[in-house]
Design a protein around this ligand. Structure first.
Ligand SMILES: Cc1cc2nc3c(=O)[nH]c(=O)nc-3n(C[C@H](O)[C@H](O)[C@H](O)COP(=O)(O)OP(=O)(O)OC[C@H]3O[C@@H](n4cnc5c(N)ncnc54)[C@H](O)[C@@H]3O)c2cc1C
Length: 416
């Protein structure tokens, strides 16, 4: 992404962050006839975690026009997810084609530096102005109404850019959430993660070559194993911080210890070469008490993040950005950018997130297992796969949720 300075002093929409959520919102709004400026703090291509797409991203990727690029990319095609027990016993994969027909039943494992650049170039092709090396320090308000953003270009003096709507797509940095004190922990979900990359780990063949494999470990923790291009695999562990950091704070040491404990995973990595530093996050989950206000909207991780177990992050980034773009488009056309108008997408979105939240909560309860759930409620296997593919927004799932509640008490509702 080339570094540029904005051509104007004000835009219809200023987007903070050029990740998938930010560029999706900007592309769709620019195409709808609104001038959009994306302010991205880093310089692309930049590293990012979160490589596994789920199939329900298909619709947004299609409307963005990204499918031909993904089809001709070197990203492994993902047809399924498989769980491996701590004993090494492998469950049958959940193939997405069990509930989805045709090309929508497959998706991709993406290298994020490349995928995010692909999304950004697509936005630029749509006419969006993107400035990289442009770090937003704060959102400007007139009373409670957002009016633009203050930004430093390449570390220079701060400049204020005006806008009718500010979209916060700053990911975990959550610019508005921090500025307004809206960001909160999720006490019922305290998980940490440590991850790295190897070249030369075990790879399956054929339709399973691009599967995500989840290795369960004791203490309700788990590893992801995600095949990427060039024979690289992304491998990461998720568990409670108390468990992961009980003996050491050294990420390399903890990661090596956990791989050795997960024996079947250690076998898959035997002889593989580490090709990246070990990285970690001590507290994965957070939410904002409010995600929409007068003249502003949060999308993607800026609004909140729960857990990577179902690879729902990129789906929620794309879906929230597309839904928000629809409301912002209407608001701009009708000259009404009130929280009420901009926020009309939040209820259906967060109802879907509540379903994912229940499944995340269930996953971490020792009394719960998918195998037992599907054995007891075979009629809900299809709905479970709907959840795993991301088909949760605007869906009626009460009988599935009731069945789940017979096996595990529901968690407290999310605040939003
Ligand atoms: C351990 C882990 C594993 C994960 N695994 C998966 C997975 O397998 N599949 C999946 O779908 N999701 C996964 N996720 C989630 C996924 O990474 C995110 O949901 C996704 O990246 C969200 O996209 P986004 O556009 O909202 O934010 P981001 O991709 O984080 O983009 C935000 C952008 O904002 C920029 N920015 C931040 N602050 C500022 C500022 N002040 N000014 C200007 N720019 C700024 C950043 O540089 C960044 O480019 C995982 C997350 C974690 C933590």
């Amino acid at each position: 992404m080339k570094t540029t300075s904005p051509s104007k002093k004000s835009y219809d929409v200023v987007v903070i962050g050029g990740g998938p959520a930010g560029t999706t919102a900007a592309t769709l709004l620019q195409r709808a006839g609104h001038s959009c400026l994306v302010l991205e703090g880093s310089r692309f291509p930049r590293y990012h975690i979160g490589e596994s797409l789920i199939p329900h991203t298909y619709g947004t990727l299609d409307r963005l026009g990204l499918l031909p690029k993904l089809r001709s990319s070197h990203f492994p095609v993902k047809h399924s997810v498989r769980f491996v027990q701590p004993s090494g016993e492998e469950a049958d994969p959940f193939y997405f084609s069990e509930t989805i027909e045709g090309p929508r039943a497959q998706t991709w494992q993406v290298e994020r530096s490349e995928f995010d650049q692909m999304c950004a170039e697509n936005a630029r092709d749509a006419g969006v102005e993107i400035c990289s090396g442009a770090r937003v320090s704060e959102v400007c308000f007139d009373g409670d109404r957002a009016t633009g953003a203050t930004v430093r270009f390449h570390g220079s003096e701060p400049v204020t850019i005006g806008s009718r709507v500010v979209v916060d797509a700053s990911g975990r940095a959550t610019v508005i959430g921090n500025q307004l004190g809206l960001k909160e922990r999720v006490p019922a979900l305290r998980k940490a993660s440590i991850w790295t990359y190897y070249r030369g780990g075990f790879r399956r063949d054929g339709i399973d070559a691009g599967e995500t494999t989840i290795f369960m470990i004791q203490n309700r923790g788990w590893f992801w194993y995600i095949p990427l291009p060039d024979d690289v695999v992304s491998v990461g562990v998720v568990a409670s911080p108390e468990y992961l950091f009980d003996e050491s704070h050294d990420l390399d040491q903890i990661f090596a210890r956990e791989v050795q404990r997960a024996r079947s995973l250690a076998r898959w990595l035997h002889g593989a070469e580490p090709v990246a530093p070990v990285r970690g996050i001590r507290e994965l989950a957070y939410l904002n008490r409010e995600t929409v206000g007068n003249g502003w909207v949060m999308v993607g991780d800026a609004a909140g993040f729960l857990d990577p177990i179902y690879s729902s992050g990129l789906y929620l980034a794309l879906a929230s950005a597309e839904l928000a773009a629809g409301c912002i488009d209407r608001g701009l056309q009708e000259d009404d950018v009130s929280a009420e108008t901009l926020g009309q997408f939040t209820r259906p979105l967060w109802d879907g997130v509540e379903i994912i939240w229940r499944l995340i909560h269930a996953f971490y309860q020792p009394s719960f297992s998918f195998r037992r759930f599907v054995k007891r409620f075979p009629e809900h296997r299809a709905t479970l796969i709907d959840c795993l593919v991301g088909d949760v927004v605007n869906k009626e799932m009460s009988s599935f949720v009731d069945a789940l509640a017979t096996m595990v008490d529901p968690p407290p509702r999310l605040r939003i």
